[in-house]
Design a protein around this ligand. Sequence first.
Ligand code: HAM
Length: 416
Amino acid sequence: MKYSIPRGTKDILPADSTLWQRLESVCHLVFQANNCSEIRTPVFEKTELFTRSIGNTTDIVKKEMYEFKDRKGRSLCLRPEETAPVVRAGLENGLIRPDQVTKLYYIGPMFRYERPQAGRQRQFHQAGVEIFGSADPLLDVEVILMNVQLFEALGLMDLEVNVNSVGCPKCRPEFRKQLKSYFKDNIKKMCADCQERFEFNPLRILDCKEAKCQKLIDAAPASADTLCPDCKAHFEEVIKMLDYQETKVVVNNRLVRGLDYYNKTTFEITAKSLGAQNAVSGGGRYDNLVAELGGKATPAVGFAIGIERVIELLKKYGFKDPKSAQGLKVFVAAMGDEARKLAFDLVTGYRAKFINADMDYLAKSLKAQLKLADKLGAEKVIILGEDELKKGYGIIKDMKTSKQTEVKLDSLEEVV
Ligand code: HAM
């Protein structure tokens, strides 16, 4: 019996894991530079946390949750996203307070039962930020800038920042009403999903990707036209400050996002070169979620990037292979028991100094060991043959220039 990986999941193999580590370290660096602190929450939560926050009529809650019962019959769910768990953990541990700004970040796996395709998996990873405690539009701008800073630090190019305002519970009913009356006569011509959305969540129609729905969607009313004075002023301030910061954005009135907790600002960053699944990150303001989940009313704003999609871009744009920075520095090739003992001594010494070092463990010939060193990309090889050992020295070979130098045995450790 051979086992295979579950559909929609991927192993991150050694050839890629250095790239993942690099990306994660840039996330830590950028988020911490913005004074955010890391939080880690369990990968499963009570199901109700997500139905309550993401919304009962969203695709995520209706079709995509990995829901299961534990042995006591409690309904649990693998987290499809991290905003709700961060709110839960923040409230439970007294981190979120209405009178103070709290900045948190996370990196980890999320789970959605979606149809797998390029850029879409069932287990995928996000890195994200959630900021609580202020309704200042400057924080919306800060969050967008942080996201842009992160992508710039990674060297990503050709990205488009789409920004919109979805209004608030005060002005959204009017927008819903206008959408319903606009789509009413043509809804039969639209896809089955849109027909359902028309009943329960007409805003989500704007996010439909079906070709046959596009024409109607293009001419639909825009949320910007129904914003209440408060939402309108907030949105204008966000756009003004983004402009002041010289951050190029596209105001996209079709941007409604797939989660129900948003109000006011929403944004998404897309990469054209990625094809159908081209959103590399998304986020926005969610001023009502903390109260919805049992806390005191506390405004909040955040975003998350899709790590797999960013990794795809880094590979495409020829991100400098991190192997050369962290690859094998030295390979110690040895013949004979005495030499092998010394080789092991040497690699242990190098490793203690965090110099990436390795040797042969398969009793290969000296020639085969040199071939292996080359295959592993070693910068230098130390050759410890029986003859050299007797004479009290080893040979250091520079793999790039092929230059060989004789070095006394007791100086070998310092030379590299
Ligand atoms: P989201 O737009 O659902 O937002 O996900 C954020 C990013 O995760 C997407 O832009 C995409 O890059 C990636 N992503 C989502 N689903 C998949 C998938 N099945 N396979 C691969 N990548 C995927 C959220 O999750 C919100 N919690 C973001 C947020 C934080 N809003 C406020 N704070």
